[in-house]
Design a binder for this molecule. Structure first.
Ligand code: GAL
Length: 973
């Protein structure tokens, strides 16, 4: 109520109202206290805490009922105002989470819902010179709450800035820019709207724009009064002169509209009858054939646009500055085109989250987030699931991201009703239209989204129709419209934007002759816990199959909260919030503090501007072939660092400027002789891509990806059994001797209901030795798994020397489930080991279905740093394809060598400890070293919400056999 219309202009505060306000939380608090705005009271108050729910509402009412218990935060402050003669005073509330009512000096000013967009009120008539009291009352629940049921914390308060600004009585209301780009030229349409002129028959006012060195002026159109019918002649005293009205004049209107034949001589009359008329109070500028560089996410070129309102006397009455970018977005057949080119969407879903403040996001944090994403080659953001702070879009314009801008509509708990409920129709239109009106001048916004998970109904179609009419320059996105049928929903979605599709569904749809729109997956590669398996498989499809153009990883950042700043990250239930959805919000590719998870490194390699397309033979012959994966830019922004990986570590680094290669083309690089001579027994040639120039998002020299050519790997040869045979392994460095392990600390995905508890049903979490038979060198241990199935492990040990063993393992599994987690050996060392060195894949954590970007080499790390502290502890820190492992420290050294590469895990914690802890921070500091060396380890998949790991990465074999060598050297011996 009384909210000013939304527009794209951003005014600077005349009076900043951020800072200290008085606050009390109704219904119970009587005393006022001081708080700092912006803030969410839920991050501070003890009686109304954050509440995490994904789908269900936190109360039992149904729309539009408002729960009776409705915590309401009252923010009050006084402000001294000078007189502002001839100006209007506007109150800007950046974002109020809940239902906002504004009172100024006791006078009700207006109300607003739509928690992630600003509300502005003209308070001129309510304020006085001198002291004024502003009260912002935010009620947690309202009828609109049902449309804000996103998978996120329920929070309440004022999450963005509050300020006052003044404008002249006659001022600029809005500026709408269409900056188009085609065939090497820009064109510009600028519509300037004003307040205070639309009632004038002659305005005398004009608008002036300055852009690209040009200055243009255009009058503000006056109000036009349609001519009344002329009254019939009543004077019969004399013959009147004919007026020259052509016969059939009125028919001309319909003849013209019907494009029916019109006599040649009447054509000019017909054309003049209904001229297009400018909207009263606006001025429109149209500029063509502009020499300007285009905007793309790879080449984010912006121009300044100055818009001024000029009074009849020639004074500048009002002025705004905008940054604009020239580009054209089109859907053509099955392709989404930017400036005529098919772009791949390498995106993430981003929520507003800050662990300390909840959803109060600073510009610094936004810049840090976008810089991080840019350094990891992410090129697109979906603002899941509401419009973000406009500053984020400024930064996306400047740094270069494609944005799917999403309206704040998620009615997840009421998907069958809300979009059909006429009482909610105005909210659908308001929320979508206000977003579009606010953000339409941002070149980064290439797609509008009608919201998320609200079923599909007339509310969406109505909003879609509004957008199509007001902004036909961008395609529409709404997952609900295609969720049940990828061939349907054209009224509300120009894209097929499914969630968590299977690989097979994508491939089949791509091959389907009925497919008629681009597929851009709105959520995929679900990243809860140790996850994101199969990302490379998705990208194999996106890069090779027609009509598939990428998508948005779910999601960017874990939403865990840490209101006290003590590092104890909390998830659902940790605030006593019941019921809750627990850890379902720990699904980012970065931790809450922005530390990238290994999954983001996998994405980095796949999304890199460069791909290595040649193999070992060509490298040995002196050629390295690269593909420029970009769509618009050459490789001039990068340097390449070539280095050779050997079992002894990296050697021979050389840095070259990346060769010129047009976007989408391949180029050959000559491998310098100094590098080639090192190929002898090398493991791999590593090509690291680094930025050549300083950018806002990274200083020159920042590594943005690393790729390899791997050479056929000489596997270690183990000595043949020339020592004494002895079935038992005892050594002072071994706290527990190597024994069979078939279990990992279940990942979130391992516990997906879709896997039907298959791992638990195997009973492999508990192996009880029931029979041990030993002859001289061989021990056969029969285990009983938890539900009685027999597992047989046979080991032959050859003692090569003091503490030096050769082990031949054989494991026979029962066929209970046909799928397992790991098959390998586990041993524990005494305290006193600090450092790990391994030859295999690294340096970051990798699993069989998430290791396309991992690098083969000799790596080193403190043992404690090998862990990945997933906030809910689970299997973590694995590294694959390991042929050699060294552990060292004051206690001594341990070396293992594997004739077949093994999947290693070196941890401070046993599987059972990880499984028992609900939060990583509950794990006690530990000095022990638990080593797993697996002949087989299951992929991680995304099975909690999406495809499970592919069959190749499951464990379906019944028999496993392998050999390895274990050498223990006790420092005290
Ligand atoms: C999707 C939804 C997201 C999130 C995700 C699960 O269905 O759009 O908001 O809930 O599932 O984490």
């Amino acid at each position: 109520m009384n909210r000013l219309p939304m527009g794209a202009l951003r005014r600077t505060p005349d009076i900043d109202l951020d800072g200290t306000w008085k606050f009390r939380l109704l219904p119970h608090e009587r005393e006022w206290k001081s708080v700092e705005v912006p803030e969410l009271w839920t991050m501070r108050e003890k009686t109304d805490r954050p509440h995490y729910l994904n789908i269900a509402m936190p109360f039992d009412e149904v729309p539009p009922a408002v729960p009776r218990h409705n915590p309401t935060g009252v923010y009050r402050r006084s402000v001294n105002l000078a007189p502002y003669p001839g100006r209007r005073t506007i109150l800007h509330v950046g974002a109020a989470e809940g239902h906002l009512s504004v009172t100024v000096n006791g006078r009700a000013v207006g109300t607003s819902t739509d928690s992630h967009l600003a509300a502005e009120f003209d308070v001129t008539d309510a304020v006085t010179e001198g002291s004024n009291t502003i009260e912002l009352r935010v009620a947690k629940w309202s009828a609109a709450t049902y449309l804000e049921d996103q998978d996120h914390w329920w929070q309440s308060g004022l999450s963005r800035s509050v300020f006052l600004y003044t404008v002249p009585e006659v001022h600029l209301a809005d500026v709408a820019v269409v900056a188009d780009y085609e065939a090497g030229h820009g064109s510009l349409e600028v519509t300037v709207a004003t307040v205070g002129l639309d009632h004038l028959h002659e305005t005398g006012w004009s608008a002036r724009i300055e852009v690209l060195g040009r200055t243009e002026t255009s009058p503000i159109a006056p109000r036009v009064v349609e001519p009344a019918f002329t009254t019939p002649l009543s004077d019969r005293s004399k013959r009147s002169e004919p007026q020259g009205v052509p016969d059939g004049l009125l028919d001309l209107l319909s003849l013209r509209a019907a494009d029916a034949p019109i006599a040649e001589e009447l054509r000019p009359v017909a054309d003049g009858m209904m001229p297009p008329q400018a909207k009263a109070g606006t001025a429109v500028f149209t500029l063509g054939a502009l020499e300007v560089a285009p905007w793309t996410a790879e080449t984010p070129h912006l121009e300044d646009l100055l818009v001024q309102l000029i009074s009849p006397g020639g004074d500048v009455a009002d002025a705004v500055r905008l940054r604009i970018g020239f580009r054209r977005v089109r859907v053509q057949g099955r392709d989404l085109l930017v400036n005529g080119e098919r772009v791949l969407i390498q995106g993430v879903n981003r929520h507003d989250v800050d662990p300390r403040t909840g959803r109060v996001i600073s510009r610094e944090l936004m810049l840090a987030e976008l810089s991080l994403l840019k350094r990891f080659n992410v090129n697109a953001i979906r603002t899941s699931h509401y419009p973000n702070d406009p500053v984020l879009l400024d930064l996306c314009d400047e740094i270069g991201f494609y944005v799917v801008d999403e309206a704040d509509i998620e009615g997840h708990a009421f998907t069958t009703t809300l979009a059909h409920d006429p009482r909610y129709l105005p909210e659908f239109l308001e929320r979508v239209s206000r977003m579009v009106l606010r953000d339409r001048n941002h070149p980064c916004v290439i797609i509008w989204s009608l919201g998320n998970e609200t079923g599909y109904g007339p509310g969406h179609d109505a909003a879609a129709a509004w957008v199509r009419s007001v902004d036909p320059t961008r395609p529409l996105h709404y997952e609900g419209a295609i969720a049940r049928d990828w061939h349907a929903g054209h009224a509300a979605s120009d894209l097929v934007c499914p969630m968590y599709p299977s690989f097979e569904a994508l491939a089949a749809f791509s091959a389907d002759p009925r497919a008629d729109r681009p597929v851009i997956v709105c959520e995929y590669a679900y990243s809860q816990g140790n996850s994101t398996g199969g990302l490379a498989e998705y990208w194999r499809l996106f890069e090779n199959l027609p009509g598939l153009q990428g998508g948005f990883i779910w999601e960017f950042k874990d939403h865990a909260l840490d209101p006290d700043g003590d590092g104890r990250y909390r998830y659902g239930g940790d605030f006593g919030d019941e019921p809750n959805d627990g850890t379902t919000l720990l699904n980012g590719v970065v931790f809450p503090d922005l530390t990238p998870k290994p999954a983001l490194y996998e994405a980095r390699g796949l999304f890199s501007p460069v791909r290595v397309t040649s193999g070992a033979e060509e490298a040995r012959a002196g050629t390295l072939r690269l593909r420029n994966r970009q769509t618009f830019a050459d490789l001039g922004a990068y340097d390449l660092r070539l280095q050779v990986e050997t079992e002894a570590g990296p050697v021979g680094a050389v840095t070259l400027a990346a060769p010129p290669a047009a976007p989408g083309t391949e180029v050959a690089v000559e491998v310098p002789e100094s590098i080639r001579v090192l190929f002898g027994t090398a493991l791999a040639l590593t090509v690291t891509v680094r930025t050549r120039r300083d950018a806002v998002w990274a200083p020159a020299g920042t590594e943005i990806s690393a790729h390899q050519v791997t050479f056929p790997r000489p596997l270690p040869r183990l000595p043949r059994g020339t020592g004494t045979a002895h079935a038992e392994l005892r050594h002072p460095l071994l706290r527990r001797e190597p024994r069979l392990s078939l279990w990992r600390a279940l990942t979130d995905n391992d516990q997906s209901f879709a896997l039907d508890n298959r791992f638990l049903r195997s009973g492999f979490f508990q192996l009880t030795p029931v029979d041990v038979r030993t002859d001289a060198a061989t021990a056969t241990i029969r285990y009983r798994a938890a539900f009685g199935d027999e597992v047989v492990h046979t080991r032959t040990v050859t003692v090569l020397d003091e503490g030096d063993y050769l082990l031949a393992e054989r494991v026979t599994l029962p066929g209970v489930t046909g799928d397992g987690l790991r098959v390998g050996m586990e041993f524990e060392l005494v305290d006193g080991f600090e450092q790990a060195r391994w030859v295999g894949l690294g340096p970051w954590e990798n699993y069989p279905d998430r290791r396309t970007s991992a690098l083969l080499g000799a790596w080193e790390s403190p043992i404690g740093d090998l862990a990945v502290p997933y906030l809910k502890p689970q299997e973590n820190g694995g590294r694959g394809e390991v042929t050699e492992l060294h552990l060292s420290g004051p206690a001594g050294t341990v070396r293992t060598v594997h004739a077949t590469p093994l999947h290693m895990n070196v941890s401070r914690y046993a599987v059972s400890e990880l499984e028992a802890a609900a939060h990583w921070w509950e794990l006690r500091p530990s000095a022990k070293t638990v080593v797993h060396l697996d002949i087989a380890h299951r992929g991680v998949g995304t099975g909690l919400l999406g495809p499970d790991t592919r069959p190749a990465y499951r464990l379906s074999q019944r028999e496993y056999g392998w050999q390895w060598r274990l050498t223990l050297t006790d420092a005290s011996a």
